[in-house]
Write a protein that binds this ligand. Structure first.
Ligand code: B12
Ligand code: SF4
Length: 604
């Protein structure tokens, strides 16, 4: 792979890229079409999961903002959301995955774009991006193709070098750069205004590295979704991680952003590299206006904040929540992205609760002070304890602590600190991830430099949890033959587990922080909450999981729903019998005895 970013001087690079742009757009560039590609690749896509509404169905927020921005500058823009079309079509028994091509064709033929912009946020969507670009190139060879968003920003060279279907990668937030690009094509500005743009010249990678970051005025622009049926989205997939808290018949969810960027610079996160240092906020009025539009135009009654640092600037945060309350919006909200615990004050949490907060994810990552320090986490253990204490006063807010294991060099003792902290502060649930190495983070860059990681490992990096993640894959693959090290957590405190061992540690940690602690729980309010999240796991996230099925039965029995509980116990027994993966884990943790005991209790 080439490493040079320029050929000759910087001016020569700009001139080469400028000439390439002019040669590709013979008739100018007035019509720009954004594509949100399917988010799950064909080989991973499971129609049953789609029909349960478990895949993400986020409105394409970034493309929506760019559509409005371009139209404000005299261009014509539109969006086709192939992810939504696939999820919607998956409801039909005659579904076939490549139906997205039909929707794309229809849009391209009607709209006649000069430029197609493929928007890609996640590295997991790498293959979908390539497939979409390839189809556009083969079917409409005259159309210029550009990719942008977080993922292409992280690995533009790799992308341009492995496909001939993408002409340009535009990096970072593109609110300014894309307008300059179109202006340049149409002769409305000079090549000196081009920025954040990468391409290949005679097979070699070249890039205009100059950045043009949008300022606060630009950020107050709300997305224009054109004809997309935003109000229908949450009927076909998830928006955030709290949809299970609401009645699906009336729940209509969308997303919104209040700040861009984050004050912190955690080494495993690419936000600082992507959004640059610091936080830029929108005007509070523009946020309120957008919420009102979501409610009045699309019937939205719940939003997920897209912010990385929602509680940035205590005074502004409180004002934002107070304004939301004052406008009686009738909209609840969640912070699936996670908030910074050290930024939470009693006043913020109170204003949040008043303004409709129902779900709060807290970025804990580790319970070990050295790990927190080494990854530059902006919160310490004392902040997690303090926030957990504050949240006790707001039982209507479901709190999740986001945990990570498998940091480079992390020892068993340090992993135990995370498990112990989670069991001490007792937030409502703890999603756990094995550290993944995404492009453009300082942790990944440092491992690449040390030769401890190769670039091909990060291009389509994915987490070990989630619908298409490694845990689900492992359950599927190990139905006949499975391996498990039940005493792995008893290894010496200084021992650094291998990547393979981390998978069993993940399983045991999940058992300890999420399931075992339900056994002493008899408070009906807490049991109702556990019932809601376990139902979501059993019916949508992990349908053949006997552990969550058994615990749902335990909770139901304590809520006096004995018949339901007995059915769950019966189903859990069948599921264990069907899978070696689960059989050896139930044996090792003596869960068969627990299952028998609980079934007997429910039968009394
Ligand atoms: C909101 C969000 C989510 C939401 C999803 C939002 C959605 N789909 O709309 C949720 C909570 C579901 C989520 C989940 C996850 N997320 Co997230 N998420 C974000 C976050 C905080 C903000 C994104 C956002 O909406 N920004 C606001 C809009 C306006 O910006 P934008 O869409 O990027 O668009 C701008 C530019 O990208 C560009 N642009 C966009 N499209 C195009 C196209 C073209 C052609 C051009 C030129 C420009 C362009 O211009 C736009 C305007 O400036 C980012 C961090 C960040 N700062 O980017 C992380 C981030 C994207 N997430 C990340 C991660 C790791 C995850 C998870 C894996 C976390 C987890 N533990 O499970 C999951 C994965 C989900 C999955 N696919 O399975 C990483 C991505 C790493 C990677 N390379 O994949 C990020 C970068 C944060 C980080 N930790 O580093 N996430
Ligand atoms: S606090 Fe969250 S968004 Fe901010 S740098 Fe750390 S992980 Fe990224």
């Amino acid at each position: 792979m080439s490493t040079v970013k320029t050929i000759g001087s910087e001016a020569e690079t700009v001139s080469l890229i400028g000439a390439k742009i002019k040669s590709l757009f013979a008739a100018g560039c007035k019509r720009i079409l954004f594509i949100n590609p399917p988010q799950v690749a064909e080989q991973d896509f499971d129609q049953d999961i789609a029909r349960l509404g478990f895949y993400y169905a986020f409105p394409p927020y970034g493309p929506g903002v760019l559509v409005r921005t371009l139209e404000n500058h005299g261009y014509t823009a539109d969006i086709v959301d192939l992810n939504y079309e696939v999820l919607l079509s998956a409801q039909s028994p005659h579904f076939h995955y490549r139906i997205w091509q039909k929707f794309l064709d229809k849009k391209v033929i009607e709209f006649k774009p000069d430029l197609v912009c493929i928007s890609v946020m996640f590295s997991m969507t790498h293959d979908c991006m390539l497939e979409t670009a390839k189809y556009v190139r083969e079917t409409y060879p005259a159309v210029v193709v550009m990719a942008g968003g977080v993922h292409p920003t992280g690995c533009p060279e790799v992308i341009l070098e492995i496909t001939h279907s993408i002409d340009f990668v535009m990096r970072y937030e593109s609110d300014n750069s894309l307008v300059s690009f179109c202006d340049y094509v149409n002769g409305a500005s000079g090549s000196e205004d081009l920025s954040q743009l990468a391409t290949l010249h005679e097979g070699r990678y070249i890039e205009i590295v100059k950045r043009d970051r949008p300022n606060e005025d630009r950020l107050s622009i709300a997305p224009d979704y054109k004809a997309l049926p935003i109000g229908e989205y949450s009927g076909y997939g998830r928006i955030g991680s709290y949809s299970w808290l609401f009645d699906s018949a009336t729940h209509r969810s969308s997303s919104i952003i209040s700040n861009r960027g984050c004050r912190a610079r955690c080494t495993f996160c690419s936000v600082e590299n992507f959004n640059f240092r610091g936080v830029r906020g929108r005007s509070i009025q523009s946020v309120i206006d957008e919420l009102q539009t979501l409610r009045d135009v699309y019937g939205i009654n719940h939003v997920m904040w897209l912010d990385d640092d929602l509680f940035y600037d205590t005074e502004r945060t409180i004002s934002l929540f107070q304004e939301m309350t004052r406008h009686e919006l009738g909209i609840t909200w969640d912070a699936t992205n996670g908030i910074i615990a050290s930024a939470a004050t009693a006043e913020i949490i109170h204003a949040a609760a008043q303004s409709g907060c129902r779900g709060l994810n807290i970025g804990i990552e580790s319970g070990n002070p050295e790990i927190l320090k080494s990854v530059l986490k902006p919160s310490a253990v004392k902040h997690f304890r303090r926030l957990a204490e504050m949240l006790k006063g707001y039982p209507q807010i479901f709190s999740k602590g986001l945990l990570m294991i498998g940091f480079p060099g992390e020892t068993m003792g340090q992993i135990w600190d995370t498990i112990n902290l989670a069991r001490e502060i007792l937030l409502d649930w703890y999603p756990i991830q094995i550290v993944a190495f995404f492009a453009n983070t300082s942790m990944t860059n440092s491992l690449l430099q040390q030769g401890m990681l190769s670039e091909d490992k990060i291009v389509d990096a994915r987490f070990f949890n989630g619908t298409a993640g490694g845990q689900k894959q492992r359950e599927r693959e190990e139905k006949q033959i499975s391996k498990f090290i039940p005493d792995i957590l008893q290894r010496d405190g200084a021992y650094v587990p291998t990547p393979e061992e981390l998978k069993d540690i993940w399983f045991l940690a999940d058992w300890l922080v999420n399931y075992e602690r339900i056994l002493p729980e008899y408070d009906p309010v807490k049991l109702e909450m556990k019932k809601a999240i376990l139902t979501n796991i059993c019916e949508r996230m992990s349908v053949n999981n006997p552990l969550s099925t058994m615990f749902l039965g335990i909770v139901e029995n304590r809520l006096n729903q004995k018949n339901q509980a007995l059915e769950r116990f019966k189903r859990a027994k069948v599921l264990v019998g069907e899978s070696e993966f689960w059989r050896i884990r139930f044996d090792a943790l003596k869960l068969n005895d627990l299952l028998e005991e609980q079934a007997a209790l429910a039968a009394q």
